[in-house]
Design a protein around this ligand. Structure first.
Ligand code: ATP
Ligand code: MG
Ligand code: FE
Length: 333
């Protein structure tokens, strides 16, 4: 079974070809236009998707060495995301499925982030736990099978990626700041500054308080020394990153102990963070849990994760009627 998948939920236009669960290509076009605005501008994102979609699909097919005549099903990200962006990918996939009279498979972006863990040869076995940390979501998911995924914990306010990006903004770093915090933190001392840890019951998260405590802390320090941020950038990045990671891993550990599940994964853009990857692997090793981390290109938004999810849906007999529409927010199921 050969599937062509399209991802266009936010500001990456991506296409991937997957054959029997093996990824043959995963081409991603990043949109540069948003950098100058310090965040993704929805209208500009949908326009860029329209410009990118044809060449991106073309490249994905060429890199896979597959002709469009040999595609058995067309998959796309149906939800959640920016509606204008989702519409470009969904209409494109629907048109292809209609014109070629092949099945259409709608994929939920957050399920796809989780199932990106099924791409590498060494895969977790079911049931597994996944900490999904991205720009818009922070979730702990139990995967009982490829089509039985349950959210057992999530953020009550900001996502982990937002915590990185908003903290970076307070430090004067450009958007998206997450990768820059990661980079500067490498030369910093993570225990130099301590930021308050939110006290949230159960398996849920909260990150909005962290941002406020960083803001007040910086305001106070800058009053005494206007160069405070520049002089302490590495230590600030390392300390902020350390706090975000301890919040995340504490809840993941709690979830593992509560469920007794011993196969643990991370997913989403923030799972590209080098310290998180390291701390996650260490935590799993200490507890005799098996850890899985997708390669970088499958952590941030990409169509390969849409393709792999669609492949398992196809095996399960799931296809989607052409009347389906994209949705900015749709329930998990
Ligand atoms: P969602 O999947 O919730 O709809 P999204 O698709 O926009 O959101 P992703 O592309 O999965 O999110 O992730 C983007 C986020 O990952 C951004 O907040 C970015 O700062 C963060 N990020 C990427 N690389 C790193 C890194 N190395 N360290 C920390 N954060 C990172
Ligand atoms: Mg993005
Ligand atoms: Fe995403």
């Amino acid at each position: 079974t050969t599937i062509l998948a399209i991802e266009s939920s936010c500001d990456e236009t991506s296409a991937s070809v997957c054959c029997d669960g093996k990824i043959l290509s995963n081409y991603i076009a990043n949109q540069k236009v948003h950098e100058q605005y310090g965040g993704v501008v929805p209208e500009l994102a949908s326009r860029a998707h329209m410009q990118n979609i044809v060449p991106v699909v073309d490249v994905a097919l060429k890199q896979a060495g597959i002709s469009i005549d040999n595609i058995d099903a067309f998959a796309f990200t149906q939800s959640p995301g920016l509606i204008g962006s989702l519409l470009v990918g969904s209409q494109f996939a629907k048109s292809l499925a209609f014109a070629r009279a092949k099945p259409l498979i709608a994929v939920h972006h957050m399920q796809a982030h989780v199932l990106a863990n099924l791409i590498p040869d060494e895969k977790p076995s079911f049931p597994f736990l996944c900490l999904t940390v991205s720009g818009g979501h922070t979730q702990i998911v139990v995967a009982n099978s490829s089509f039985d995924l349950k959210v057992i914990g999530e953020t009550l306010d900001d996502a982990a990626g937002e915590a990185f990006d908003k903290s970076a903004k307070l430090l004067g770093l450009p958007y998206p700041g997450g990768p820059l915090i990661d980079k500067y933190a490498k030369d910093g001392n993570p225990s130099r500054f301590t930021f308050a840890e939110p006290q949230i019951p159960g398996l849920d998260f909260s990150f909005s308080g962290l941002k406020t405590s960083i803001l007040y802390f910086l305001q106070k320090e800058v009053k005494n020394n206007e160069n405070f941020v520049a002089e302490n950038l590495a230590d600030l990045c390392a300390s902020i990153q350390e706090r975000i990671i301890t919040i995340l891993l504490k809840k993941l550990k709690k979830a593992a102990l509560q469920t007794g599940i011993t196969q643990l994964c991370i997913a989403g853009g923030v799972s590209a963070n080098s310290s998180l990857r390291k701390a996650f692997a260490e935590m799993c090793e200490q507890n005799n849990w098996k850890s899985f981390i997708p390669p970088f290109e499958y952590c941030t938004d990409n169509a390969a994760m849409i393709a792999i999810t669609a492949y398992y849906k196809f095996l399960h007999g799931d296809s989607t009627p052409l009347s389906v529409s994209a949705s900015a927010r749709a329930s998990w199921e």
